[in-house]
Design a protein around this ligand. Structure first.
Ligand code: SF4
Length: 375
C-alpha cells in the first residue's frame, strides 16, 4: 500500500456546486465521526512500507489542530514507524490560523492544499464561498512561517460570470503568492446539486465549451510561463513539488481510504465506503465491516483503467511497464483506438510510450474513457 486517504466530511457551509460526501459542521456529529474513524483505523490491517497520507474533505480544518495531530499519530502508529514522506491536509482559507499551521507542521504535515477557487470576489461569492483573497495570502504566509514545505492552491475555471480576463487575474494573483503547486479544475455540474438546477433554468449563465477550452488554455500558458510543469491534466507543479499521493493514483497504485465515502484499491479490488454518514458511523464505531460497493477489476478492465490513469499524466504510458504489469502489447491491443487519435493529432506515440498531445489534453476525459470501454 502506498497511499492512505482519510475523509473528513464536515464543512462550515455547503457550496452549491459540491457533490462530495459532506455535511454542515456540528460539533457533536464531528466528534462522533472522529471516534468512528479512530475505530476504523485501529481495526485496519497494519501495513509497513513507505506511504503518503492525504487528509481530504469536506473541510479537514473544521477539526482542531489537536484532533488532526491525534489522527495523524494514530495513522502513523498503525502504518509505519517512520514519518511519511508526504502528508497533505486540505484547508479552507478562512479557518486557517498561524497557530494551527504550526501545530500541523509539528504533527508531520508537509503539504497544504488551500481551497481558493478564485481570487475574484464576485466569483468567490458565485461559488458560495465566504473567504477573501487576503485570507488566502495570510494562509500561504503562515504555512511558510510554519515550515510546511509544499503549498498548493486549488482554482476553478468555467465559473458562471467568469471571463478570460478575470481568470487571468486569478492565475496571476495565485502565482504572485509563489505557491509550489496549482490545481486548476474545470467546474463540473453534478446532478442533484443546486448548480444543476441553475444550469437547467438558465443555461446561458454557464460558459460554453469554447470558452471553457480557452480558459483551460490560458491556465496552461500562464502557469507554464511561470515555471510550473503541467504534469497532469489539472495539476501544475514547480520542480520537486508534484503531489506524490495523487501520482500513486495515476500510476494505478494501491491505496486505502478511511471514512465515509472513501475509496480504496487493493489487490485488484476497488471499493467505496457508503456515503450514508449514519451507516458509516454505526458500523465503524462497532468495529463492523463498513457497508461498501466493490468490484474486482480484471483483465481488459484493469488494463484499461491503468491506461486511462496514465494518459492523464505528462509522461503518459510506458509500453514496457504496461507489458510487464498487464502482459499486453499496448499498440497491438489498442490499435483500433490509438490510430484514429494519433491521426487526429490527439495522441503522440514513440518507441517508449504514448501520451496526450496538447490538443489531446482538451478532450482528455473523452479519450481516456474509450480505453475502458474496449471489451
Ligand atoms: S468546502 Fe469543499 S467539500 Fe465543503 S461544501 Fe464546499 S466544495 Fe464541498
Amino acid at each position: 500500500m502506498t497511499g492512505i486517504y482519510v475523509h473528513l466530511p464536515f464543512c462550515p457551509y455547503i457550496c452549491p456546486y459540491c457533490d462530495f460526501a459532506k455535511w454542515p459542521h456540528k460539533q457533536s456529529a464531528a466528534r462522533r465521526y472522529m471516534d468512528a474513524l479512530h475505530r476504523e483505523i485501529d481495526a485496519a490491517q497494519a501495513a509497513g512500507g513507505e506511504h503518503t497520507v492525504f487528509l481530504g474533505g469536506g473541510t479537514p480544518n473544521t477539526y482542531s489542530p489537536a484532533e488532526i495531530a491525534e489522527l495523524l499519530a494514530r495513522i502513523a502508529s498503525k502504518f509505519s514507524a517512520a514519518r511519511p514522506p508526504e502528508v497533505t491536509i486540505e484547508v479552507n482559507p478562512e479557518l486557517v490560523s498561524a497557530a494551527a499551521l504550526a501545530a500541523y507542521a509539528a504533527a508531520g504535515v508537509t503539504r497544504l492544499s488551500i481551497g481558493v477557487q478564485s481570487f475574484v470576489e464576485a466569483e468567490i461569492r458565485t461559488l458560495g464561498r465566504r473567504h477573501d483573497a487576503g485570507q488566502v495570502r495570510d494562509a500561504v504566509a503562515a504555512a511558510r512561517s510554519a515550515g510546511i514545505g509544499s503549498v498548493s492552491l486549488d482554482l476553478i475555471f468555467a465559473v458562471p460570470g467568469q471571463t478570460k480576463e478575470s481568470w487571468r487575474r486569478s492565475l496571476e494573483r495565485a502565482i504572485a503568492l509563489q505557491p509550489d503547486h496549482v490545481s486548476a479544475y474545470g467546474l463540473t455540474i453534478e446532478d442533484g446539486t443546486p448548480y444543476a438546477d441553475w444550469r437547467d433554468s438558465e443555461p446561458s449563465a454557464f460558459p460554453d465549451q469554447d470558452l471553457e477550452g480557452d480558459l483551460y488554455e490560458i491556465a496552461i500558458d500562464t502557469l507554464e510561463k511561470a515555471g510550473f510543469e503541467h504534469y497532469e491534466i489539472s495539476n501544475f507543479a514547480l520542480p520537486g513539488h508534484r503531489c506524490a499521493h495523487n501520482a500513486n493514483y495515476w500510476a494505478n497504485g494501491e491505496y486505502a481510504g478511511f471514512g465515509v465515502g472513501a475509496a480504496s484499491y487493493r489487490n485488484g479490488v476497488r471499493s467505496t465506503h457508503t456515503r450514508d454518514l449514519e451507516a458509516y458511523v454505526a458500523a465503524a464505531s462497532q468495529g463492523l465491516k463498513i457497508p461498501d460497493q466493490s468490484e474486482r477489476l480484471e483483465g481488459a478492465q484493469r488494463a484499461g483503467e491503468a491506461v486511462m490513469l496514465a494518459l492523464r499524466t505528462a509522461q503518459g504510458l510506458s509500453f514496457a511497464a504496461f507489458k510487464e504489469r498487464y502482459g499486453l502489447e499496448f499498440l497491438e491491443y489498442y490499435a483500433s483506438i490509438v490510430e484514429p487519435y494519433r491521426a487526429a493529432g490527439l495522441l503522440e506515440v514513440d518507441t517508449a510510450g504514448a501520451r496526450l498531445t496538447r490538443r489531446g489534453r482538451f478532450v482528455a476525459n473523452d479519450i481516456c474513457a474509450t480505453f475502458i470501454t474496449l471489451p
